[in-house]
Design a protein around this ligand. Structure first.
Ligand code: G1P
Length: 294
């Protein structure tokens, strides 16, 4: 029997992006703090990680992102006011959201050099253990959280895992794309990867959705990774190199839920609708209001 793979305890959230697609909303407010219904986008993604058993949350932030740190801290005055007003339920809900002492870390990416560089900035906090990586723009909506499914697959196969889902052929150039051994399997060995392939050259239509489980050896590769697509240090390029190393298999875990790219206006609006529709307290009212609008 093979040994059980090492547990995934830590998750990295790269939140340094400028959010230029959302100006002027993101001039003073980080894009990760825009709300989907009544929770910031980043909170939804942290919730997904928590539901998968993650214990330590590592945020790679940047300038003007301090409010993210505040969001995951105790808000003393607010809690005091809620307590004084007897709002117990609200107070407890707020307190449940805050990571325990020492369970959240923040580091800064000083220059916008790309996703690969942002992940590399977390190397010392992650240390020598496999970790999860969640891109906060991409909300994964499903009954079973995406990362939980991935950890289940990881516990079975070990190695590295990437969540994938099909996209229309005319969009493959916007994403990382993978080729797999068995097209329709829930979990399949990855046979090729490419970051933002030119139109007509993608090995499949399965795109990297923004959820990863990676072995710590990725950090050594990122350290010397040259710039790739878009002139940025690309995580995918280091993953391609790592996949060639012995014992570093990459698996694709097919995600069957809905994905909303909250970095785009339509994705963000659709996320708000979908998350509200999934709530009993909002869905009936919202449906009635939408009917009026149509
Ligand atoms: C990044 C990854 C890409 C992935 C995408 C998902 O690209 O590099 O492989 O498909 O996230 O959103 P970015 O969106 O930063 O250009």
């Amino acid at each position: 029997m093979t040994a059980k793979p090492r547990p995934i305890r830590k998750a990295v959230f790269p939140v340094a992006g400028l959010g230029t697609r959302f100006l002027p909303a993101t001039k003073a407010v980080p894009k990760e703090m825009l709300t989907v219904v009544d929770r910031p986008v980043i909170q939804h993604v942290v919730d997904e990680a928590k539901a998968a058993g993650i214990e330590h949350f590592i945020f790679v932030t940047g300038r003007n992102k301090g409010v993210i740190e505040d969001h995951f801290d105790t808000a003393f005055e607010l809690e005091r006011t809620l307590a004084d007003r007897g709002k117990r339920a609200e107070l407890e809900a707020l307190q449940r959201e805050v990571p325990g002492a020492g369970q959240a870390s923040f580091t800064r990416q000083q220059a916008p050099l790309g996703l690969g560089h942002a992940v590399w900035c977390a190397r010392d906090i992650v240390g020598d253990e496999p970790f999860a990586l969640l891109l906060p723009d991409m909300l994964h909506h499903a009954n079973r959280p995406c990362l939980a499914e991935m950890i289940e697959a990881y516990n079975q196969h070990g190695g590295n895992h990437i969540a994938v889902a099909p996209v229309p052929e005319d969009q493959t150039h916007q994403y990382g794309i993978v080729g797999v051994e068995t097209r329709d399997a829930k979990v399949s060995r990855i046979t090729s990867m490419v970051e933002k392939p030119p139109r007509g050259t993608a090995p499949s239509n399965l795109h990297i959705t923004g959820r990863y489980i990676l072995q710590p050896e990725i950090f050594d590769l990122l350290q010397t990774q040259e710039r790739g697509a878009g002139g940025e240090i690309q995580l995918t390029d280091s993953m391609i190199t790592m996949a060639k190393q012995p014992g570093q298999a990459f698996h694709a875990v097919r995600f069957d839920g809905a994905i909303y790219d909250c970095g785009s206006k339509i994705g963000f609006l659709m996320a708000n609708l979908a998350y509200a529709m999934a709530r009993d307290d909002l869905a009936p009212l919202l449906k009635a209001e939408i009917r009026k609008l149509m």
